[in-house]
Ligand binder design. Structure first.
Ligand code: GLC
Length: 448
């Protein structure tokens, strides 16, 4: 009996030891918290694929020969590239971090990699280390730099091809240990030569969904934290977060949604959340995809993310010449124009005490509650779920909850608004009718 109790105790102690590794340190908690405060990041999908103007999956989608595709590098010369111009635009837009595709699924490295000559410095006439320039510009302007890194690789002959089989590949050259060591060498370069990296953003693991395929994440994550203890880890595996991950990603969807079809397997965790979304329908530059969202729509997405306690990672696919598409620049400018007066209702907030409603969302910082009216009409009809005319005035009925309002005004104005408690909740009388041409009608309330 004693023996059994002793073994059980040993097991428990053992479990504690394992768990201790994945429980974040106080420092990491602080870093995650600061990440949540930043709210808006810019995602950059840029590589030699940009030259073909058909998105970052073109090599796979068009079943291109790897050798033939690799010759794109010899012509890659983004003569207009200026890291500083990009970063200044992002900063003006209100973004606080940049996530850059260091190496996408096509296997081309956008920095001067020692582990692979197939890179921007050694294989292109451009010969400049764009990552070095970007990290310097980010450091200068105070933006954090995060790095996207693909687990999957369509170029290397040692990568064990999984479900994405379009690119002709000779199975006999597969060598997982060699490929795994290569990835870790590259991650070591990225985390040694480019200053502080805010996060590594993995993608592509879903190429191997078969039972038993081991990506060696624990060891890889430990390596990252050994090299830069403050570097967060996120992984776009579309599933529940793995031990050691610091934030949870949602692709083209808000947390909890699955409209794009990638998030079926994941529920919302307690980790910081980040939703990555495109401005048009493609991540990498597309010469034909002009289906850009309106600036108002992008702004509302950001506000909705904040109301759902998430960051927005907004994507841009720069042109092969290094310039950002005009539509993207316009959206960035409009975002900036919104964030300058209203950023206070977004940065450093968390999802408010009133959960998302048909009319919009709330964000909160301490006792300040920001009420964002984003929808005023549904299918051409004026919303009356909470937003309605009462006694000849437009009003918003906030649902009942564990809060009570002390005072409320429209953000940017000073006059206090009248409100009253009713059976259904708290009704605030609005100074004017919120209309669809107001991107975000924001009320600022002080709670008791
Ligand atoms: C997907 C795509 C990839 C893109 C990423 C961004 O996983 O494979 O091309 O980089 O989403 O979220």
């Amino acid at each position: 009996m004693k023996k059994i109790i002793f073994s059980v105790l040993l097991c428990l102690v053992g479990m504690q030891a394992v768990r201790a590794e994945v429980i974040p340190s106080d420092r990491m908690r602080k870093i995650r918290n600061e990440f949540q405060d930043r709210k808006l990041g810019i995602f950059i999908h840029w590589g030699i694929y940009s030259m073909l103007g058909d998105g970052e999956w073109v090599m796979h989608n068009k079943k291109l020969d790897r050798e033939e595709y690799s010759h794109l590098a010899g012509g890659f010369c983004p003569s207009w590239f200026s890291a500083r111009e990009w970063v200044l635009l992002f900063k003006e837009a209100g973004a606080q971090y940049v996530t850059f595709t260091s190496r996408h699924h096509d296997g081309f490295s956008m920095w001067n990699s020692e582990a692979s000559d197939y890179n921007i410095v050694k294989a292109t006439p451009f010969g400049r280390d764009v990552l070095k320039e970007l990290s310097a510009a980010c450091a200068q302007e105070g933006l954090k730099l995060h790095l996207y890194y693909s687990h999957m690789d369509w170029y290397r002959t040692d990568y064990p091809t999984g479900s994405c089989k379009n690119v002709p590949h000779d199975e006999s050259t597969t060598n997982w240990p060699a490929y795994y060591a290569f990835m870790n060498r590259q991650l070591t370069e990225l985390l040694t030569n480019y200053g502080p990296i805010g996060a590594i953003w993995f993608d592509g693991m879903w190429d191997h969904k078969e039972e038993g395929f081991d990506w060696g994440l624990d060891e890889q994550y430990a390596l990252i934290h050994r090299l830069q203890p403050d570097c967060m880890i996120g992984n776009n595996h579309h599933g529940a977060p793995h031990d050691g991950e610091d934030f949870q990603l949602f692709e083209q969807d808000l947390p909890g949604e699955n409209k794009a079809g990638f998030s079926g397997g994941q529920s919302v965790s307690t980790l910081p959340l980040e939703s990555c979304q495109t401005m048009n329908n493609t991540w990498g530059y597309s010469i034909t995809d002009k289906h850009y969202k309106s600036s108002a729509e992008v702004i509302r997405r950001l506000v909705r993310c904040a109301g759902m306690n998430s960051n927005l990672l907004l994507n841009i696919g720069p042109r092969p010449d290094g310039q950002l598409p005009d539509e993207a620049v316009k959206i960035l400018e409009d975002l900036g124009a919104f964030m300058r007066p209203y950023g206070k209702s977004i940065y450093s907030t968390r999802g408010g005490c009133i959960p998302p409603q048909t009319w919009g969302v709330t964000t909160q910082r301490g006792k300040t509650l920001y009420i964002h009216i984003l929808n005023t009409e549904k299918e051409g009809k004026i919303l009356n779920e909470g937003l309605e005319q009462v006694e000849g005035h437009w009003s918003l009925l906030l649902p009942k909850g564990k809060y009570s309002i002390k005072s409320v005004h429209r953000m940017g104005k000073t006059e206090p608004l009248t409100y009253r408690n009713e059976q259904g909740g708290t009704r605030i009388f609005l100074p004017s009718r919120p209309t669809t041409d107001v991107t975000d009608y924001v009320l600022e309330a002080t709670l008791n």
